[in-house]
Design a binder for this molecule. Structure first.
Ligand code: SAM
Length: 436
């Protein structure tokens, strides 16, 4: 069986966490005989194209446990047409039982719009419809590049989405934000948000001090060539690039914002560095095999994460014995929250904890040599530096963004300095080791 199909099959079976799947529908213009033979299934049905698929969906509502779609959307221009995409998702939601899995493999490398992966992911994640009087949609698990395409063809844009049909409460009509991924992409991490942040933080980074500051953290890890790092909240990929080019490390970057990772994937596709791979997923949802990584690294992501306990437990499982974790994050200080800071935290949906709470979570997950550091004075110095740089280069900023975006950034940066003075806003680091 060709490697790409083997991988597709593996992804499919992993989504079920079971050896056999009773009823599978395969939608593919390619020859998928080998694929269908390899599924230990009692019943595999194959259709050649989307038209046949939609007809099947009308006739066989809720009859399938799994649907595998391989290179059927791009060839029909479905990925770039919201109406076609809606018909496809509607058919998939109709033909699957609740809990059934949809696997979609599409090579987007020939699609002009490099943001296509973000748009399609968004579509799959937020689409809701009524089937048999139930409000249903897909629970988004992950989208990742096919390993075989990355290694054999230097193609990072050949994707596999894993989605599970789920019932959802009917929308309350109060908000147009459907999921947390949708929230990240529609609020803080819109394309303008991301690129203006990158302008102020420095190329490749959405975190204080940019590339230079990141190198200082990486220096602590003594990364050896070939070591495997999980980068949690990889953003637009500055760290992954640095780890690969400066240390020869191999990085798997995960991020829940599809806008962020669409940029990282686009840059990886141009850079052709096979030491770097990305997945759009929630780090609290995706499961890697135990003892996969030498290092778990995360820069300024986990203020977005509520369940810090489960997060550290996952990192512990995924690390090899002797593996290291290094995390920097926004944290809460000793001062009582001002109304302004409370509002900022609420708007961002941050889950701020104290440095002690972070180190306690790391210890209770089993980590040893847990060390926490309050880096807030350094944070304040970086903020001053970034403000001065923005003021000096305002003309350049205004060539790319609006005055309103400039004012918004500077107001935000100055407000952070106020929150630091009020002992509300901290910047912290936790380092720890998984015992041998
Ligand atoms: N680490 C990058 C850097 O230093 O440039 C990006 C930092 S940015 C401030 C935080 C990132 O965490 C965002 O890209 C966001 O989408 C991601 N993130 C938030 N919650 C996440 C989750 N549950 N799983 C994966 N990534 C998440």
């Amino acid at each position: 069986m060709p490697a790409a199909e083997r991988e597709l099959l593996h992804t499919f079976l992993r989504a079920f966490q079971a050896k056999s799947v009773p009823n599978v529908l395969v939608v593919s213009a390619d020859n998928h005989d080998q694929f269908t033979q390899a599924v230990e299934s009692v019943n595999v049905t194959t259709v050649q194209n989307l038209k046949e698929f939609e007809a099947k969906a009308e006739a066989a509502t809720g009859e399938f446990d799994g649907v595998v779609v391989s290179n059927a959307l791009v060839s029909n221009n479905t990925v770039s047409d919201p109406q076609h995409l809606a018909s496809f998702v509607q058919a998939a939601l109709r033909v699957l039982r609740v809990g059934g899995v949809l696997i979609v493999r599409e090579d987007l490398s020939q699609v002009k719009d490099r943001n296509a992966v973000a748009k399609v992911t968004n579509f799959f994640d937020v689409y809701r419809t009524t089937v048999d009087k139930e409000n249903v949609g897909f629970d988004f698990y992950a989208v990742q590049s096919l390993d075989s395409s990355v290694y054999a063809k230097q193609n990072w844009l050949d994707f596999v989405w894993t989605l599970k049909k789920k019932t959802f409460p009917a929308a309350d009509g109060q908000s147009d934000i459907v999921t947390f991924r949708d929230f990240l992409d529609k609020t803080q991490y819109t394309d303008t948000g991301i690129f203006s942040y990158e302008w102020i933080f420095g190329a490749g980074f959405i975190s204080p001090g940019g590339a230079q500051e990141n190198l200082k953290f990486l220096e602590k890890l003594h990364i050896k060539p070939g070591q495997r790092m999980l980068d949690v909240g990889a953003g637009i990929g500055g760290n992954a690039h640095q780890v690969a080019t400066e240390y020869g490390g191999c990085v798997t970057g995960v991020d829940l914002s599809s806008n962020m990772l669409a940029i990282a994937l686009d840059r990886a596709h141009d850079a052709k560095d096979t030491r770097i791979q990305y997945l759009i997923t929630d780090v609290l949802k995706y499961d890697f095999p135990a003892e996969t990584f030498d290092i778990v690294y995360s820069r300024d992501c986990i203020q977005h994460i509520d369940d810090t306990k489960s997060m550290f437990q996952r990192y512990f499982k995924w690390l090899k014995p002797g593996g290291k974790v290094l995390i920097t994050m926004y944290a809460k200080g000793s001062g009582e929250f001002t109304a302004e800071f409370a509002e900022y935290v609420k708007q961002r949906q941050y889950h701020l904890k104290s440095l002690k709470e972070f180190t306690d979570f790391a210890k209770s997950a089993g980590f040893a040599d847990v060390r926490g550091e309050d880096m807030t004075p350094r944070f304040a110095a970086i903020l001053h530096q970034e403000i001065a740089n923005a003021e000096k280069n305002k003309t350049d900023f205004l060539k790319k963004f609006t005055e309103e975006t400039y004012n918004g950034l500077l107001t935000g940066w100055n407000a952070k300095l106020g929150h630091i003075d009020a002992k509300n806003h901290c910047w912290t680091m936790v380092e720890a080791v998984k015992p041998q």
